[in-house]
Design a protein around this ligand. Structure first.
Ligand code: LMR
Length: 331
């Protein structure tokens, strides 16, 4: 099955390069992602398309495929490496299976107090250093895009760490997230994003975590009775391209695409908070999910319960990456 899939991807890659040889044919960038067009990432991808086509005077055509239309989480990374798609923006929690475990530092619970902390990493040397680690995998990292801080949801209230006992919680493919759920005595289950709604609806899993924009646009609030505004962790993206494709672009085209990416990045990061605020407001208005806040004392309990994750995951992430993050955050 896997072999057939890989052969299919290779054939698709061949067709793409043959097509781009045709004279005057535009260079095609297939940009695949797993969320709704109506999210920070979806809107960022659409803005990149618009700017890229404008700045290259139509020499480049960007085809955006949202909602896992082309590939699911794991497949899309394989497809990128094989050249069947050229651009993706996977969540930072999805780089572990590629062998770049250092990205899981972003998943550590309560590691960032706010977006200013986060920017110190993504806009600084640590962020660039992490993107550089993708090069040997045939991938070039172009930018970091925000989504937001995550909330926890289930069909029962999640007010204290004890409330997670035995709950099956869907996670992304990150060992740090697995350790986080285990620290809460929940049962983590890795699952592709495209399958989460149905798994919640049918009770295959009891709950999950995501920023409000993802929860709302996937209609998860229709199948989750409770959610806690815990902001216990961050979900954001690295925009990545197939390195060979990128390196072989004519220099002027690449420069224009970089300009388009810079502007799309500013746009995506500017709208992310508002998108999440609007999604939360819409879910509250629907009355389907009850949203819970944490008191300071409850928040301290969550922090204490999740503290062991940092130590347990240090060797996986790499102490030098953790030290570099702490030092950039002035800790
Ligand atoms: C998830 O799988 O929960 C997220 O990574 C989806 C996304 O891309 O925001």
């Amino acid at each position: 099955m896997k072999r057939i899939f890989a052969a299919g991807l290779a054939a698709a890659a061949l067709c793409t390069s043959a097509a781009s040889l045709a004279q005057d044919a535009p260079i095609i960038i297939k940009f695949s992602h797993v969320v709704s067009p109506d999210t920070p990432k979806g809107k960022g991808a659409d803005r990149f398309k618009q700017l890229a086509e404008q700045y290259t005077d139509g020499k480049v055509k960007v085809e955006v495929y949202p909602n896992s239309q082309l590939y699911k989480d794991k497949e899309e990374l394989e497809a990128l490496q094989l050249g069947a798609v050229q651009m993706l923006a996977p969540s930072l929690a999805k780089f572990g299976p590629l062998g770049v475990r250092e990205f899981e530092v972003f998943d550590l619970p309560y590691v960032f107090q706010n977006k200013e902390d986060l920017r110190k990493i993504t806009d600084g040397e640590v962020g660039q250093g992490l993107l550089d680690k993708l090069q040997p995998k045939g991938i070039t990292g172009l930018a970091y895009w925000d989504n937001g801080f995550k909330i926890m949801s289930a069909n029962s209230p999640l007010q204290t760490p004890d409330d997670f006992l035995g709950l099956k919680m869907r996670i992304q493919s990150s060992k740090v997230l697995e350790s986080q759920m285990k620290a809460l005595d929940a049962v983590p289950q890795v699952m592709a994003f495209s399958e989460v709604y149905q798994a919640l609806q049918t009770g295959v899993v009891d709950g999950t975590e995501n920023p409000p924009s993802n929860m709302y646009t996937q209609k998860m609030h229709e199948v989750q009775k409770h959610a806690t505004l815990s902001n216990h962790g961050y979900l954001g993206y690295a925009v990545i391209v197939n390195k060979k494709f990128w390196d072989e672009l004519p220099a002027d085209v690449r420069a224009n695409l970089e300009k388009a990416m810079d502007e799309a990045t500013t746009y995506a990061n500017d709208i992310a908070q508002q998108e999440n605020d609007d999604s939360l407001a819409a879910m509250r208005a629907s009355g389907k999910t009850t949203f819970h806040e944490l008191s300071d004392a409850e928040r301290q309990e969550w922090i204490a319960a999740l503290e062991p994750v940092h130590k347990e995951m240090a060797s996986r992430i790499g102490q030098s990456t953790i030290d570099a993050v702490n030092s950039a955050l002035g800790r």
